[in-house]
Design a protein around this ligand. Structure first.
Ligand code: NAD
Ligand code: MG
Length: 399
C-alpha cells in the first residue's frame, strides 16, 4: 500500500535526507506537498523527481520563478505562509516537519488537525507550544514522532518500558565547534568558525546553535515536553564522538543507551518506518575500531544557554516561545555581524527577564495566537536590546 507523504522544509538538510530515503523506495510513497524557501530550483527539481502534487515556496516573491520552473508539469504551485498551512491540510499519512524555526509550528498543527503522523524535526514546535502540539494530536487521533536524534534515541529506548520506571533521561551533546576553545576566546568567535560542526552536517542555524548549545537548550525543553519528565530528571552530557545519542536511566539502575552513526537518516528512517524497523543506508559501527567513547560535564561558563533553558522550564507557560524567539533574533544578529558570539545569551536573558514580569503574557493559554503574540513581543524586545547594544545613545552625541 502506498503512503501519502508531505515534506515541509524539503530543500533543507533534514528535507534532503528525507527525500534520499523516499527515493530509494519510490513505489512505497505518493508525494503530496513539498515546501522550501528561496531555493526554488532545488524545490522544482525535487517536485519533478518525486511527482509531487504541489510545491510551495515560503516567499511570495519566489512564486513566479517556481511557476516557470514547473510549467507544463501539472504540479501545482503556491507561495506564502497561508499557502504552507493550506498544503499541510491536504490529506497525507505522514508529514515531515523540517522547516527551521518558529515558522514550522502552523503547518505542523494543520497536519495534526487532519490526523497525519507528524515526524517532528522542528524542535521549535515543542519548545514554543508543546501542550498545543500534543493536545492537537490527541484531539485528532494524530501521532507525533521525534526526529531529533536524541529524542528518537530516547523514544527507541522506551519501547516496551513503563514511564513510571524511568528515573532520568540523559541527552548527549557533541559540544559543538568550540568545545575545546579557551573560554575567554569565545567572545571573538567568528561566524565562519561557528558555522562548522565537528560531527554532523546540518543547516547553518542549528550548527551555530550547537556551538553555543542553544540547540541543546532547546532539546532540554523538547525532552520535557515530549516525554513528560521533570526538568530535574533530564541531564546533558558532552560526548565528543556523537555516537551515543541519548540514554534512559531506570529505577533498577539500568541505563539503556542508543548507539549509532551521526547520520540523521537513521532517526528520519525510524520515524518513516515506525512502528516497524526496516533496513537503512547508514554506516554500521565498528566498535573495536572506534575503541573509546568519552564523556564530560558541560561547563556552565562555556554554555550559558543550558542554565537559561532550566529557567524557562521552571517558568513554564509562554517562556518557551519567548526563549525561542529571542534566541532566533539573537542568532540573526550574530549572523548579520551585529552581535558577538557570547552576546547572544545576554540578549536572550535580557528578554526573558523583562517579559517574565508580564504575567498576563507569560501565563496565557496555549493557543496559536497567544504563542505568536509571545513570539512577536520577544522579537521586538530582542531587537531593541541588540540595537541598543550596538548604537550609542544619540542624545549623548547630539547635545
Ligand atoms: P535547513 O536550514 O537546512 O533547512 C530549513 C528548511 O526550512 C529549508 O527548506 C528552508 O527553505 C525552510 N525555511 C527556512 N525558513 C523558512 C520559513 N520562514 N518559512 C518556511 N520555510 C522556511 O535546516 P535543517 O538543518 O534541515 O533543520 C530543520 C529543522 O530540523 C530545524 O528545526 C532543526 O533544529 C531540526 N533538526 C535538524 C537536524 C539536522 O541534522 N540538520 C537535526 C535535528 C533537528
Ligand atoms: Mg539533536
Amino acid at each position: 500500500m502506498t503512503r501519502r507523504v508531505s515534506i515541509f522544509g524539503a530543500t533543507g538538510s533534514i528535507g534532503c535526507s528525507t527525500i534520499d530515503l523516499i527515493e530509494r523506495d519510490p513505489e512505497a510513497f505518493e508525494v503530496v506537498a513539498l515546501t522550501g524557501g528561496r531555493n526554488v530550483d532545488l524545490l522544482a527539481r525535487q517536485a519533478k523527481a518525486l511527482g509531487a502534487e504541489v510545491a510551495v515556496t515560503a516567499h511570495e516573491e519566489c512564486l513566479a520563478d517556481l511557476r516557470e520552473a514547473l510549467s507544463g508539469t501539472g504540479i501545482e504551485v503556491a507561495a506564502g505562509e497561508a499557502a504552507l498551512t493550506d498544503a499541510a491540510r491536504r490529506p497525507a499519512d505522514w508529514v515531515m516537519s523540517a522547516i527551521v524555526g518558529a515558522a514550522g509550528l502552523p503547518p505542523g498543527l494543520a497536519a495534526l488537525e487532519q490526523g497525519a503522523t507528524l515526524a517532528l524535526a522542528n524542535k521549535e514546535s515543542l519548545v514554543t507550544a508543546g501542550p498545543l502540539i500534543l493536545g492537537t494530536a490527541r484531539d485528532h487521533g494524530a501521532t507525533v514522532l521525534p526526529v531529533d536524534s536524541e529524542h528518537s534515541a530516547v523514544f527507541q529506548a522506551l519501547v516496551g518500558e513503563d514511564m513510571a520506571a524511568v528515573e532520568r533521561v540523559i541527552i548527549t551533546a557533541s559540544g559543538g565547534a568550540f568545545r575545546d576553545w579557551p573560554i575567554d576566546k569565545l567572545a571573538s568567535a567568528t561566524l565562519e568558525e561557528a558555522s562548522s560542526h565537528p560531527n554532523w552536517d546540518m543547516g547553518q542555524r542549528i550548527t551555530i546553535d550547537s556551538a553555543s548549545m542553544f540547540n541543546k537548550a532547546l532539546e532540554l525543553i523538547e525532552t520535557r515536553e515530549f516525554f513528560g519528565v521533570r526538568p530535574d530528571q533530564i541531564e546533558v552530557i558532552v560526548h565528543p564522538q556523537s555516537l551515543i545519542h541519548a540514554l534512559v536511566g531506570f529505577n533498577d539502575g539500568a541505563l539503556m543507551a542508543h548507539v549509532g552513526p551521526p547520520d540523521m537518516r537513521h532517526a528520519i528512517g525510524y520515524a518513516l518506518n515506525w512502528p516497524e524497523r526496516k533496513p537503512l543506508p547508514v554506516e554500521r559501527l565498528d566498535l573495536a575500531r572506534i575503541g573509546q567513547l568519552e564523556f564530560r560535564a558541560p561547563e556552565d561558563a562555556r554554555y550559558p544557554a543550558l542554565r537559561l533553558a532550566r529557567e524557562v522550564m521552571e517558568a513554564g507557560g509562554m517562556a518557551g516561545a519567548v526563549f525561542n524567539a529571542a534566541k532566533e533574533t539573537a542568532l540573526d544578529g550574530f549572523i548579520a555581524h551585529r552581535l558577538g558570539f557570547m552576546d547572544m545569551a545576554g540578549v536572550v536573558e535580557g528578554v526573558l527577564t523583562e517579559l517574565s514580569g508580564d504575567t498576563g503574557l507569560m501565563s496565557a493559554a496555549f493557543t496559536l495566537d497567544n504563542v505568536r503574540a509571545a513570539d512577536h513581543m520577544a522579537r521586538i524586545r530582542a531587537e531593541e536590546i541588540i540595537s541598543g547594544a550596538k548604537t550609542p545613545k544619540r542624545s549623548a552625541t547630539w547635545t
